[in-house]
Design a protein around this ligand. Sequence first.
Ligand code: AMP
Length: 443
Amino acid sequence: MAFLTPRNFDYPAIQWGIWRAGGIAVPLCEVHPVAELKYTISDSGASIVVSHPDFVETLAPIARDLNVRLLSTEQLLGADHRTLPRMSPERPALILYTSGTTGKPKGVVLTHANLEAQIITLIKAWEWHRDDRILLVLPLHHTHGIVNVLCCALWAGAVCDMLPGFDAPRVWQKLVDGNITLFMAVPTIYFKLIGAWEKSPPEQQQTMSGACHRLRLMVSGSAALPVTAFHRWESITGHALLERYGMTEIGMALSNPLHGNRRPGHVGTPLPGVEIRLVDETGAPITSGASGEIEVSGPTVFKEYWERPIETKDAFRGPWFRTGDVAVLEGGSYRILGRQSTDIIKTGGYKVSALEIEEMLRTHPLVAEVAVVGKEDLEWGERVCAAIVLKEGATLSRRELREWGKERLAPYKAPSKVMFPESLPRNPMGKVIKAKVKDLFGK
Ligand code: AMP
């Protein structure tokens, strides 16, 4: 059953209803265009679409075209109780569509047992308890908002305070007014909160910073947290953000510690019950301290890609799920170098990490945002290209940037092509879409 509700009580009511009745829930995304909604409903083979009245106008024609029943949340939430079936934990519970850097999005099938394992590991590692109160600002078609925030809160018997969407002043107001104990977001959101803080008058800044001391934990993930943002957030709020690494297919896998030192630019160690290894290109485990692809196994790992047996088979090496992310283990803590397909750039015989170059470029005082990609090139294999968004009112020439970069980056890492767009293309989770950044440098 596909469903679309605003981010309020209706969401968990419908999701839990589907689960208790033995169905597979397919959450839709409120900002997806019609074509994408249609693709998700059709690919998942949903037999029913549940819609909040706010979305009926969009969903009714799609349901009609696909010949799928449309039910309204009002109808369902007012229905009589029925006897519910007993279910095996191995039964599929959720299909989440991955953003997919290449090809069409794939449906990631998670069973009840997978979800339980994903929730329990976070309950243990981050010591969730019933007195917690978390502010939900993330979309509810993605694992971060669904599992890490909503499901964990409900499992712990805690409160999930849901905002209809992200709005920096509103979030600050909630932090100042409320009794929030936990906050989880993506780096883009922390950037926006930093921006709103910087624009506030000094007395208000003090109140905002003071409010954060009441929170017991603030977490960042779903994309690399720039070291500059880690330090800036710490200076504003006193919180060393806990950065973790995960993926729709595996839930959360690596995390900095709840108690102890959180290393900026690193994602920590395996969460309880999660097995991790790094492998080289032949699939052999790495023991030397070199970088390699992260593989994950354990009960948190998803069952399959929905109706895609070939892709499912290709994604595993025995019990190990091949994440496609490259990392290195440094002093006992993992550092993510990026996606093998888009962030590991092969240039002039070297392999360089786009994330490392981005990290360096972000330390330039006039740079607000940056995305580095590799663009195919006959001579170099790939050329390092950087799309840089400058701070408001700033100007910077390519020559000035090159001069600055010379002292900080090895020549083969220095971007040979630079452009200054007004913003970077991002998905509804706030993640930069690297394929679109590549297009900025020509098809
Ligand atoms: P998604 O399935 O949409 O959550 O995307 C998962 C991908 O986001 C991973 O495969 C990584 O490439 C990336 N990712 C998640 N967390 C981090 C992190 N802390 N640092 C760097 N990349 C991350």
